[in-house]
Ligand binder design. Structure first.
Ligand code: GRG
Length: 282
């Protein structure tokens, strides 16, 4: 995965060097790669070609990295630390960070659109459409808009869920579906089960993120801990309390695993990923 990203990103000595160096800074050498692993695990369940899966996974990680760079900007979450390093606008400057996000988003679609990726143009278009919807105003960017509007506002659990299904969940769901779409033949039953699995782990990922933000320290997280409370943001911990938030994460984990039960050992990687999402400490 790291090699695929390294190869697909513009070299640091190609003009404009500063922008390319900043793009590489934002993507390489950090991150848990949960979404990339998910593309691969879903691809494995659907017997997809691993090289094609690598490209789809790189596209998803590029969208994710762009979202983190923009999220850290002063006009959004205003954070100085990301993946244990100065955030992109702190290491470079705000204008560069803005362009890094823009360029990573374009590059994600460029790599997914490369002419030799799929034998069948219709399935490639479907993959492009899937990623576009997941990252746009009805997916991740829309979730971010709701998140920004929620500062200092009290939300119900249903409203919080509506936001996180988009902000965090949409890209996680797209990762699973893209992995499945990399296969030459689409098994509709498997894709539907994967979709439900991804919706559960996407939400579980966010519940755990809220718990870690409230409980872990900055050094362990590699980003500023306690940001949600500091900005007066509604979270699963503020709405449910710590114990009920932990119970919700466990329920979502169990629902995700139930979707995989029919596939037995074939879904082992997806089971491991769900376990990691629940047990992670950073
Ligand atoms: C700016 C359009 C736009 C969207 C930003 C994803 C996002 C939307 C903001 C990130 C803010 C945040 C902390 C969300 C909580 C869940 C989340 C996406 C955490 C970061 O993902 P990880 O933990 O990061 O997978 P790594 O660094 O491991 O890749």
């Amino acid at each position: 995965m790291e090699q695929a990203l390294e190869r697909l990103l513009p070299a640091p000595d190609i003009a404009p060097q500063r922008l390319h160096q900043a793009m590489r800074y934002a993507v390489l050498g950090g991150g848990k790669r949960v979404r990339a692993l998910l593309v691969h695990a879903a691809g494995e369940l659907c017997e997809a070609d691993p090289e094609k899966v690598d490209t789809a996974a790189a596209a998803v990680e590029m969208i994710h990295a762009y979202s983190l760079v923009h999220d850290d900007l002063p006009c959004m979450d205003d954070d100085d630390l990301r993946r244990g390093k100065p955030s992109c606008h702190r290491q470079f400057d705000e204008a560069t960070a803005l362009l890094v996000g823009d360029s990573l988003q374009s590059l994600a679609f460029q790599v997914l659109a490369q002419p030799d990726l799929c034998a069948d143009a219709a399935s490639q278009l479907e993959m492009l459409h899937l990623l576009a919807v997941a990252s746009g105003s009805r997916g991740m960017a829309g979730g971010q808009a709701i998140d920004l509007a929620s500062v200092g506002v009290s939300l119900t659990q249903a409203e919080l869920e509506f936001m996180h299904i988009r902000k965090t969940g949409a890209l996680i769901r797209a990762a699973a579906l893209l992995g499945a779409r990399c296969a030459d033949t689409v098994n509709r039953e498997r894709v539907a089960a994967l979709d439900r699995y991804a919706m559960h782990i996407g939400l579980a990922f966010q519940v755990v993120d809220d718990i870690l933000d409230a409980q872990a320290d900055t050094a362990t997280l590699g980003k500023t801990a306690g940001k949600d409370a500091e900005r007066n943001k509604p979270t699963y911990v503020t709405i449910l309390g710590l114990e009920r938030a932990k119970a919700l994460a466990q329920d979502l984990h169990a629902s995700a695993l139930a979707e995989l039960a029919p596939f037995g050992a074939e879904a082992q990687r997806l089971v491991e990923l769900a376990n990691f999402i629940i047990q992670r400490h950073f």
